[in-house]
Design a protein around this ligand. Structure first.
Ligand SMILES: *Cc1c(COP(=O)(O)O)cnc(C)c1O
Length: 232
């Protein structure tokens, strides 16, 4: 199976699961995580219909965004302060903000190039030591304090489920969706633009579960780009 075939297969599976759940497939972004492949594979995915890609290294994000400037390039990796200007120069959406100090730096970098940077806050719902992300209880205060940043728009939340039994995965996705709902209720809406609407959750192993809990962005790498997913 080729990258193009795998991409189309995943896209139709996502559409199918949406239909079963009574969800509109148009409201779910399939993010093709291209971090392990080069531009030739990205081109094949584009030919098959992909429009949005995820990268976890600033250099690769910048390089591939330059090669395909009409696509969306999302940053999903660990953020180092000194790389923030590079990330902001290329990222459509940053999924992985997990230090409050980085919001002010993103604001400054975005302001310098006349951009408003869309971001998600990464939340460590499962509480695993090894995972990055804000604690759920911190998020409300962070959003309140980030209100004054003119060049940052917090659009939603992101999380990674533990590699564990189904029940823990369900709990993580349900926990993130509930947190977003709670936050939207906690901020009586001044305007619809302040509402959190994005939920980035679900990867190759667990995206159908994530869709069930309301995911709006599934980040899928191996099922699209890995040869070992021939029979996916
Ligand atoms: C690599 C990666 C993915 C994609 O993982 P797959 O299991 O290959 O689908 C999704 N999200 C993040 C943050 C990643 O680093």
């Amino acid at each position: 199976m080729s990258t193009a075939t795998r991409y189309k297969h995943v896209r139709s599976e996502v559409d199918q699961v949406c239909k079963e759940l009574g969800r509109d497939p148009e409201e779910v972004l399939l993010l093709a995580v291209s971090k392990t492949v080069d531009v030739d594979q990205v081109q094949l995915a584009i030919d098959a219909g992909a429009k949005a890609f995820g990268e976890n290294r600033p250099d690769e994000l910048v390089r591939k965004q330059k090669a395909f400037p009409d696509m969306e390039w999302h940053f999903i990796g660990n953020i180092q302060s000194r790389r923030i200007p590079d990330i902001v120069s290329a990222a459509t959406l940053i999924h992985s903000v997990c230090k409050e100090a980085h919001l002010a730096k993103i604001d400054a970098a975005a302001g310098a190039i006349g951009k408003c940077q869309r971001v998600l806050l990464e939340v460590n719902v499962s509480g695993e030591e090894s995972k990055s992300g804000f604690e759920p209880s911190e998020v409300k205060g962070i959003i309140e304090r980030a209100r004054s940043l003119e060049h940052v728009k917090i659009e939603g939340l992101m999380s990674m489920a533990p590699r564990a039994e189904d029940e823990l995965i369900n709990t993580t996705f349900l926990g993130l969706a509930s947190l977003e709902k709670e936050l939207n209720g906690a901020f009586p809406q001044e305007s619809d633009t302040a509402r959190l609407s994005a939920l980035s959750m679900g990867m190759t192993e667990d995206w159908p579960v994530a869709l069930r809990y309301g995911s709006t962005i599934v980040r899928i790498g191996r099922a699209i780009f890995s040869d070992s997913f021939e029979n996916a």
